[in-house]
Design a protein around this ligand. Structure first.
Ligand SMILES: [Zn+2]
Length: 242
């Protein structure tokens, strides 16, 4: 099933869970990731099913080859099959073109300035958040004419700060870059909260209209979680503008 959120200003945000597709165990059912060991034809079918349920042409959903970095690509139409860039954020000025992010614990960050007609999407895991993928995508949107004060930001299902255990020195390194990401697990050990870090970064950039999914992927059996299951599928988050 897919949660879709539309604004009267014509921005659309959607987040999948793991149900409603055709993948077999351990990718059941709606795996949308093409690089996790699932059958490519099955993934293609799942992507078509998801797009149709959102009222999107599957050909007008743009994916990326995510590498946990901070690079951004500007896109104005579908990639050629061999041209999918290795980036962790996309921006577009083309209304109707949907930008998609794949995750299974990392934080998907969806952005839209409906007035300027600029959309952005970022894959913000711990390395990407620390590397600055969130400010990078906002900067790229601004260069195309977006105004941070008008940008709507929605973050999707992700591992929460009470579940994302890391070594103490890693937490210190992350918190040195983004103090808001400092966290502790529910069992009392060092942790990071990537979503909190991403929201703090957006806030400092002047992006104030923000919402956060209440779902923790590691705690939810309805969502893929790499930290819980290791070999598993990928959720997708989509943003587009009318
Ligand atoms: Zn959690």
């Amino acid at each position: 099933m897919i949660g879709q959120f539309d604004t009267v200003s014509g921005a659309h945000f959607a987040f999948t869970d793991r149900w409603g597709g055709v993948s077999a165990v351990p990718y059941e059912e709606l795996n949308l990731g093409g690089a996790v060991g699932d059958d490519p034809d099955t993934v293609r079918t799942n992507r078509e099913l998801a797009a149709k349920s959102l009222g999107l042409d599957p050909e007008l959903v743009v994916w990326m080859n995510q590498v946990h970095g901070a690079d951004v690509a500007v896109v104005d139409g579908p990639w050629g099959a061999a041209d999918i860039p290795s980036v962790d954020a996309l921006v577009t000025a083309r209304r109707g073109l949907a930008l998609a992010v794949l995750t299974a614990d990392c934080t998907p960050v969806l952005l839209a300035d409906p007035v300027a007609g600029i959309a952005g999407a970022a894959h913000a895991g711990r390395p990407g958040m620390v590397a600055g993928v969130v400010p990078a995508v906002v900067r790229a949107m601004t260069e195309l004419g977006a105004d941070p004060a008008r940008i709507l930001a929605r973050t999707g299902p992700a591992v929460c700060g009470r579940c994302y255990e890391v070594p103490a020195d890693m937490r210190a390194d992350v918190a040195a870059v983004e103090p808001a990401a400092y966290a502790e697990t529910s069992w009392g050990t060092p942790a990071v909260d990537v979503t909190a870090g991403a929201h703090a970064q957006l806030d400092r950039l002047g992006v104030r209209d923000r919402e956060q999914s209440p779902v923790c992927t590691r705690e939810s059996g309805d969502h893929f979680s790499y930290r819980r299951d290791r070999t598993t599928g990928r959720l997708a988050s989509y943003v587009w503008l009318d």
